[in-house]
Design a protein around this ligand. Structure first.
Ligand SMILES: Cc1cc2nc3c(=O)[nH]c(=O)nc-3n(C[C@H](O)[C@H](O)[C@H](O)COP(=O)(O)O)c2cc1C
Length: 211
């Protein structure tokens, strides 16, 4: 069901918190379905005990409002996977320039590899994108010369289906279950901010905040 966009300044009344929450999920759903949408590429922060916060861009692949889940894909060998395994608490930062909206998310991440969920996701990954998971070493591995990490013939050419299966060994799906969402809406006349937090039992607490 399409949800009307919030338009605080042209409405007679302030939006209800429930409408704001629906707006957040609607924006996230839009983001996951459109590579040109600002919310397609959030920043993901993890915790590294030695270095503190680590942040990088990921692609938002799926949004499930019912389960409160945001999903991205990654290389099982990447550094973030070890960080998530050690501490599954992650943050995601979304900035929708066009909607003057920032959404900050706290979530618990779970890595799926070699299970039914990962199999299903892998089946949907295009041959061209399967190359991301076919690089010769873990992302971040030092190399003596500039490299794509791919054999030359794959640099401008997708692999065949059989050949691409090697990438499945490195393919992981990361499902983030949202525990808190912070919405900030910017206007020249005064901003608005709200928070939404779910407890362990899934009960929702909401509040307006000073921006
Ligand atoms: C536009 C963009 C999209 C990206 N999408 C992903 C992604 O979906 N998953 C991923 O693991 N890395 C993605 N990356 C690469 C990461 O930002 C990062 O460089 C890489 O995952 C290594 O991170 P790590 O060493 O912290 O694990 C993306 C980078 C950019 C610039």
């Amino acid at each position: 069901m399409a949800i009307d966009k919030i338009d605080i300044w042209n409405a007679d009344e302030e939006p209800r918190l429930s409408a704001v929450l629906s707006e957040c999920w609607a924006l996230l759903l839009d983001g996951a379905s459109d590579p040109k949408h600002d919310l397609y590429t959030p920043a993901l922060a993890t915790n590294d005990p030695a270095h503190g916060a680590m942040v990088r861009t990921v692609v938002l692949r799926h949004v499930d409002r019912e389960r409160r889940q945001l999903t991205f894909y990654t290389d099982l060998r990447s550094r973030k996977v070890g960080e998530i395994q050690a501490d599954p608490r992650v943050s995601l930062l979304f900035l929708a320039h066009s909607d003057d909206t920032q959404i900050r998310v706290q979530a618990e991440a779970r890595i799926h590899h070699g299970d039914a969920l990962a199999e299903e996701a892998w089946a949907e990954v295009s041959l061209s994108q399967r190359r991301y998971y076919m690089v010769s070493g873990p992302p971040g591995l030092p190399w003596a010369w500039p490299t794509s990490g791919l054999p030359e013939r794959l640099e401008n050419h997708p692999p065949g289906k059989a050949e691409s299966q090697i990438g499945k060994l490195n393919f992981a799906v990361v499902v983030c279950t949202v525990s808190q969402m912070d919405w900030l809406y910017l206007t020249p006349y005064g901003h608005r901010r709200a928070t939404f937090a779910w407890n362990q039992a899934g009960q929702l607490q909401t509040s307006w905040l000073v921006p």
